[in-house]
Design a protein around this ligand. Structure first.
Ligand code: SF4
Ligand code: SF4
Ligand code: SF4
Length: 378
């Protein structure tokens, strides 16, 4: 085992391979307060990449309802149970073990293999509530409000310390230097399925037709052209932004994803305690059970929610959130000035400009110019 630095854990950790960070690291941020589970992202990925034989059950992007849903079934509960106690110090340092540190001597990581039927119900638990009185038979009886659920969209996290890569006996999995995207070399893969077992997020999947494992490719052909992935640009709720995240010491204040992750700390990695330094980040839902959210997003979740709720006093972050979903290009820089939010590409060219506050336009009931009467009859 090598010693590597994992900034999500605020400490060094053991990893089966020598760690090296890529020049740039692909990352997606999701605002969970806005996801409506329309599954447009899921279908955008499906129709682009996984419409072939043997891929029928595959959703490289999926959206599950928490706390009950999971694709494959119970993926998170099962790995968390195997991991054992997961405590955080007040300083934010993780005190428990990661899946690499808790692995038995003969294994690379704590793992489990989903069965075929575990992949068969991607929407199980959809819209099912948790909280007090969830079985009271109707939403009216128990309002106001302890019941909660939220939607969790997920792709491969193109982890800084991928368990899939560490577990592959064929060295078929590699992490690209230029953007940190993790890929499976289909010509080397023999379908042993070690990556499927080792990935705690269960984002590597077996294709029985080709007898190889396959996974989200981060839409690298688009990313190479400066365009965001399919699941991002097609998001109906405009909850997603893809960019390049830096480790804390190299974070740039004008980089959109660095701003949300490092500067404002409102976007958090999920299940950071697993130890992979996953590169998908979430703005946590403000209404869900805090204990549950702490387990999922770590100790920073309470502060993140407080800051999100106070966005009306933070025009820069509020402006940046207006830019999300407003361009299909990758934003490398942003600025918010004079009520306008602007996004720029890697050459400094302006990609998009949006008003931070939508103008309020009141129209008269009679439009003399076109001789039309307008009314507000529904
Ligand atoms: S397209 Fe966007 S809003 Fe719809 S389910 Fe996917 S992430 Fe959520
Ligand atoms: S999420 Fe899983 S499949 Fe994706 S890079 Fe991390 S370990 Fe590999
Ligand atoms: S990044 Fe591309 S390949 Fe990955 S889940 Fe999104 S659409 Fe699919």
């Amino acid at each position: 085992m090598a010693k590597v630095n994992n900034w999500h854990l605020r400490r060094e950790m053991e990893y089966p391979l020598e760690g090296s960070r890529p020049k740039r690291q692909w990352a997606i941020i999701f605002d969970l307060n806005k996801c409506i589970a329309c599954q447009t992202c899921t279908l955008a990925c499906k129709t682009t990449w996984t419409s072939g034989r043997g891929q029928e059950y595959m959703f490289w992007n999926n959206v599950e309802t928490k706390p009950w849903g999971g694709y494959p079934l119970g993926w998170d509960v099962r790995v968390l149970e195997k991991l054992g106690p997961q405590e955080w110090a007040k300083s934010g340092e993780y005190l428990g073990k990661t899946i690499f540190e808790a692995a038995p001597p003969s294994e690379k990581a704590v793992h489990f293999a989903p069965k075929d039927e575990d992949w068969m119900y991607p929407n199980l638990g959809e819209d099912d509530c948790a909280g007090a009185n969830q079985d009271s038979g109707g939403h009216v009886a128990s309002l106001p409000h302890d019941k909660w659920f939220f939607y969790l969209p997920r792709t491969c996290a193109h982890c800084t310390y991928p368990a899939c890569l560490a577990a592959c006996p064929r060295n078929a999995i590699y992490k690209r230097e230029e953007d940190g995207i993790v890929l499976i070399d289909q010509s080397r893969c023999k379908g042993y399925g070690e990556c499927v077992r080792a990935c705690p997020y269960k984002k590597s999947m077996y294709n029985p037709e080709t007898r190889t494992s396959e996974k989200c490719i981060g839409c690298y052909p688009a990313v190479e052209q400066g365009v965001q992935p399919q699941c991002v640009v097609n998001c109906i709720g405009k909850i997603r932004v893809m960019g390049f995240v830096h480790p804390p010491a190299q974070a740039k204040k004008d980089n959109p994803v660095d701003w949300l992750i490092h500067e404002k700390k409102i976007a958090l990695p999920y299940y950071p305690q697993l130890g992979l330094e996953p590169n998908i980040y979430y703005i946590p839902p403000v209404h869900a059970d805090p204990e549950y959210l702490r387990q999922m997003f770590g100790p920073g979740v309470d502060g993140a929610i407080e800051r999100y709720k106070a966005l009306s006093n933070d025009p820069v972050t509020a402006g940046l959130l207006c830019l999300i979903g407003s361009t299909d290009r990758i934003m490398h820089r942003f600025e918010v000035k004079n009520g306008e939010a602007r996004g720029f590409d890697d050459q400094g060219k302006e990609l998009v400009s949006v008003p931070v506050t939508e103008p309020f336009i009141e129209r008269t009931a009679f439009d003399a110019k076109i001789g039309a009467i307008r009314n507000n009859t529904p």
